[in-house]
Structures are given as structure tokens and as C-alpha cells.
Design a protein around this ligand. Sequence first.
Ligand SMILES: Cc1cc2nc3c(=O)[nH]c(=O)nc-3n(C[C@H](O)[C@H](O)[C@H](O)COP(=O)(O)OP(=O)(O)OC[C@H]3O[C@@H](n4cnc5c(N)ncnc54)[C@H](O)[C@@H]3O)c2cc1C
Length: 422
Amino acid sequence: MGSNGSKPLVMILGGGFAGIGAAQGLKHADADVVLVDGHDYHTFQPLIYQVATDLLAPSVVGHPIRDLFHEQPNVAVHQATAEKLDLESRQVQFAEMEPITYDQLVLAMGARVNFFGVEGAQEHAFPMYTLPDAMRIREHVLAKWQASDRDPRLVDDGALNVVIVGGGPTGVESAGAMAELYRANFAKDYPQIPQEKARLILVEGSASLFSMFKPRLQKYAKDALEKRGVEVLLGEVVQSVTPTRVTLKSGTELEAHTLVWGAGLQAHPLAASLGLDLQKGDRIPVGPDLSVAGHPEVFAVGDIAWITDTGTEEVLPQLGSVALQSGEHAGENIARMIEGKKPKPFVYKDKGTMATIGRGAAVVQFHGGRTMTGKKASLAWGAVHLALLAKGEDRAKAVVEWTWAGFTHERSGRITVHTDEE
Ligand SMILES: Cc1cc2nc3c(=O)[nH]c(=O)nc-3n(C[C@H](O)[C@H](O)[C@H](O)COP(=O)(O)OP(=O)(O)OC[C@H]3O[C@@H](n4cnc5c(N)ncnc54)[C@H](O)[C@@H]3O)c2cc1C
């Protein structure tokens, strides 16, 4: 497969924020845009912990990729997994379809969880990164409560305890959401099981949560979690994991049948196969126009890329808004190049860094250093994240589900449906 010869073929690998942004940036380009993703849905990652804790249905957080391009006839979508890239011959090979030769390429495959070689983590930890990850956590935790109900001895063995690793946004948001599920919902579902025997423990290696935020916000987050019944262990590092125990480097052994991993990322493994000089976490360094050194026809955007903001000269974090904006910019630059114009340097529009801890508890830090906490911050978080959702109908669904849960404290998805039964 390849371009039909009359128009350049722009290949986008990945349909996350970055890939979707790139395709949208090419909306008016005279090109054949081919977007390939291993899944047939776009994942709204910032809300997957709400799927893991039953607040949102998977269909709010995963949206069919094809549906996003009904109004953009220059985009063709394929569900396939890129397995091999050759930047010299400009060819991509896939697991499930014929190779495609491109004229321009956008690398937007995101990142993978990094277990940092912790013993047993690969086999026994539950990463919080993809939609299937979130659904696995949800099913596993529900199963532990059902099993403990049938056999109360499991409670004393730590079946209901959850250790969450990582004091960044993923870990803190997961711990806060898990606390609301436990203390508000499971407390009523299983009144015979004392909540003190269902411990939630957040483990962070450094001396504070939320290293990217000001100390005031770090303290706010710790207090808010503790108020919700989460134990926060700072300066502790996980050394090994088994299905029922988590051992810390300090020697402490925690009885817990669930370890949620929210601690680190590594760029997609294909990045390391390209023969490029990579940055920390195997991220692909890009120039001001987001192209890869020595390959003006190849762009890297989102979590897979090491992007230096031309406005501040700072390396941008792996965030949804960075992915969406860098993707759009790369798409627009390719469109410019196709028209014979020069690409433009990328400048990130920072709307503030934010994270939510639970109902009415969130933190926001704006670029100039101003901070916000509590309900106001929660509303700001909601507004910024709703704007990132792919379509108006997803926004509506999320608002309805959040509002419903906000009024009723109800998480309606606490059921297990086995597809393998009669
Ligand atoms: C739990 C959690 C909470 C977060 N919270 C926030 C937040 O509050 N705010 C914020 O701004 N950011 C947040 N982030 C970060 C944000 O979600 C990421 O920065 C963003 O999703 C990166 O977008 P991306 O398009 O680069 O990668 P991804 O979203 O990971 O998309 C990559 C896509 O590539 C596809 N793909 C991968 N490999 C292949 C292959 N070989 N072939 C074909 N397709 C492939 C994948 O299926 C996927 O669809 C959070 C992340 C997590 C995990």
C-alpha cells in the first residue's frame, strides 16, 4: 500500500490526543491522511481511574476513532499495530495488514508503564494506563470484595487492602477515587466488613506528593487524602511484589492483594528501534517545528516525544494538553510544507497544571504561580478536561454521570458480567 501518486500520503501512528490532534491539524491539507491505531477507540486517559473505580462507564472514556472523522474525508482509519518502522525507506510494517509507504510520518504512539525493574511488578502489579488496565483493576477489586464476603479470613490476609504506587497525579487521583469507592459505596454494600480492615496505602519515594506543585498544594493533597482514609507513606520505595504482599525497601511488608502502579512511564518501544539519539525515558527529541533530527518528513508528538517549548525553553511534561496541541501543530506544519511553505515553531499554551483528589477537592497551579484548591479548583479541572474530550456527546455523558454521582454518591457499575458464561 502507499500513496496513489497524486497526493502525498501522511501516516499518523496512534489515535490518542496527539494522533487525533495531528489528523485534525491536517483538515484542510491536500493529502491522503492515514491514521492507524492498535485499538478502534480513542482513550481519554485522564479519566481512566474513574472507570477503575466505577464512576464512569468505559464508553465515556473510550470513543470510536472512526466516528471522529466522519466530517473529514481526507482521513482513512485502520485498526492495526505498527511493528516495524524504516525511516530510510519510509515504510511501516504492521502485524495485521500490508506495509504502507508514507511521504510524511507522525509518531504518536504514546508511552508505556515503566516498572523500573521492581521484582514481581510486571507479573503482579496493576498498571493504571490504558482502558483495559482500568477495567482489570475494577474487576479485580470487585472480585476481592465478593471473595472476602464469602470467606472473611481473606480480610485478615489483606485481600481488601490496596497499595497505590506513585505520588504524582496518576497515583493521587487513583487513591482519592478508590477511597470514595471504598468509604462511600463498599461501606454500604458490605456493612459487616469494618472499613479499618480495608486499607488504602499510597507509597511515594520522595518526601512529598505532587513534586510539580508548590508546597501548599502538596500539603493540601496529603491532608485531603488522609481525610478520605488513605494512609500516605512518603520516602518509601516498593522493592518487590507478590500476589498478596508488597515489600518496601525499608523492610516493611504490607499485606495487600492489589498493587496499583501509577509511578512511571517509558516511551513506546518502537522509539528505541529507530536508531535516533533518545532522551530520558526513551523519548524522541524534536526540533522547534516538532520534526525529528535529520528527518524533516518525520514528526514526533505527545508522550513519545521530548518537546522543548520554544516560548520558555523548558521541556514539556507528558500531558494530554501537550499531546493535543503538539499533534495539531505537527499536522498544521505538514499541511504548510505540502503547500510549499515553511513549518512554524511550536509554542505551548499552558492553561495550568491540575489534578483532582476527590469530590470537591482538587489543586490547580497556573503558569504565573497562582494556585487554587477545593471546589473552585474542581470546577477548573472539570472545564479543562471536558474541553479535551473528543466530542460534545462525550462531554455530555461525562457531565451527566458526574452530576448523578455527585448528587447520589452512587456508582452504578458495581456489577460483574462474565462474557464466557451461558
Ligand atoms: C491515569 C492517568 C491520568 C492522567 N491525567 C491527566 C490529566 O489530568 N491531565 C492531562 O493533561 N494529562 C493526564 N494524563 C496524561 C495524558 O493522558 C497523556 O499525556 C496523553 O494521553 C498522551 O497522549 P498521546 O496521544 O501521546 O498518547 P496515548 O494517549 O497513549 O495514545 C497513544 C495511542 O497509540 C496507540 N498505539 C500504541 N502503540 C501502537 C502501535 N504499535 N501501533 C498502532 N497504534 C499504537 C495506542 O493504542 C493509543 O491509542 C494522564 C495519564 C494517565 C495514565
